[in-house]
Design a protein around this ligand. Structure first.
Ligand code: CDP
Length: 213
């Protein structure tokens, strides 16, 4: 049986980079649950459903065929780039707030953990709701300005160009929606190790996480 490592935290805290690096170091599989919420959101936008239509979104979630590995493939279509557009950024927290959507995706996440016998799973509610019995829970955070700076650097690699202010505003809007929603809000699990990565390199954070295992 492999360990199950939960990595939660706000947008831009470096979860994906750290989760991937920890998984590689330990030879474990990695699941980005944010990509799953983004995939449902893309389907909701394409179907032109209202963002407050929780049942409609949940139906799309239940019916979708989803592969979430290096590439994200929904209903046979590679949407790896499309789930990172500003349109999806702007809508994902509203779609992810619907309990019926969460029920479906949480069930798939638990099934992934069972099939892989452990792994590194990143998201917002992994240590609190999805895998409360995880072997290690990490809450990764960083100062909001540093998080906006990192996200901006990521975006400018692609073709999207947003001002620093717009990036910071978008992150803080999503943080407050994710933290204040009724269903599984972003919270620090009681038994999580809190790692503030503001002044740490990726290697430093990976070492710190591994030291708690
Ligand atoms: O990469 P970034 O931190 O920008 O976000 P993400 O991990 O891709 O997650 C996108 C959105 O999905 C979050 O803002 C949450 O609204 C939602 N989410 C969630 O509700 N629960 C999770 N376990 C993961 C993501």
């Amino acid at each position: 049986m492999n360990p199950l490592i939960a990595i939660d935290g706000p947008a831009g805290s470096g979860k994906s980079t750290i989760a991937r690096a920890v998984a590689t170091r330990l030879g474990l599989s990695h699941l980005d649950t944010g990509a799953m919420y983004r995939a449902v959101t893309l389907l909701v936008l394409e179907a032109a459903l209202a963002l407050d239509d929780g049942e409609g979104a949940a139906r799309l979630a239940r019916e979708m065929d989803l592969e979430c590995n290096e590439r994200v493939v929904v209903n046979g279509r590679d949407v790896t780039a499309e789930i990172r557009t500003p349109a999806v950024d702007g809508a994902v927290s509203r779609v992810a707030a619907h309990p019926a959507v969460r029920r479906e995706l949480v069930a798939r996440q638990r099934e992934w953990g069972r099939v892989h016998g452990g792994g590194v799973v990143e998201g917002r509610d992994i240590g609190t709701v999805v895998f409360p019995g995880a072997d290690l829970k990490v809450y990764l955070t960083a100062d909001p300005l540093e998080r906006a700076r990192r996200r901006e650097a990521q975006l400018s690699v692609g073709d999207e160009q947003l001002s620093s202010q717009a990036v910071a505003a978008e992150l803080s809007r999503r943080d407050s929606l994710d933290s204040s929603r009724a269903a599984s809000p972003l919270l620090v699990a009681e038994d999580a190790v809190v790692v503030d990565s503001t002044h740490l390199s990726v290697d430093d954070v990976v070492e710190e996480v591994l030291s708690h295992l």
